[in-house]
Structures are given as structure tokens and as C-alpha cells.
Design a protein around this ligand. Structure first.
Ligand code: FES
Length: 82
């Protein structure tokens, strides 16, 4: 099983629109962070799709270690030093 790359050691702050579906990058390889650009192809990882329930600002995980993806849960604070 492939391990996700750390795309960022901090979450991405994004505005989402109610009813719109987003594809969060789970592999960490996308160049369109925090969203999928297809770079997971060839790995056994896949993006996580979610639909926003309302217009709001959210914090999407950039380290790809959150236990509650796609949202940041603070796991980036426990990453080993770079
Ligand atoms: S950026 Fe991954 S848990 Fe915060």
C-alpha cells in the first residue's frame, strides 16, 4: 500500500459552496492542492469526494495524516521534523 505524501505541513483554508462536490487529494501528489489532479494514478490511493452542506470556510488537511479527512484534525502538529 502506498503512503500519502505530505503536501503541506499546515491545512489549506478554503471557501466551499453549498451543494458543490469537491475532490480532496488523499495521495499528496496533486499539484492542485488541496484538490485532486489525477496524480494518484498508479498508486492504490484515491481522492475523497465530499459535498459542501453550506457556504463556509473550512480547513482541508494538507499533511494527509488526518483521521477525519478531508478536514484537518491537528495531526500535522505530530509530524516528525522535516
Ligand atoms: S494538515 Fe493534516 S491534520 Fe492538519
Amino acid at each position: 500500500m502506498n503512503q500519502a505524501c505530505i503536501a503541506s505541513r499546515l491545512p489549506y483554508t478554503v471557501e466551499v459552496e453549498r451543494g458543490k462536490t469537491y475532490s480532496w487529494c488523499a495521495c499528496g501528489r496533486s499539484r492542485a492542492q488541496p484538490y485532486c489532479d489525477g496524480s494518484h494514478q498508479g498508486t492504490d490511493l484515491a481522492p475523497l469526494q465530499f459535498t459542501a452542506g453550506r457556504n463556509e470556510k473550512i480547513w482541508l488537511c494538507g499533511c494527509k495524516r488526518s483521521r477525519h479527512p478531508p478536514l484537518c484534525d491537528g495531526a500535522h502538529n505530530k509530524l516528525p521534523p522535516a
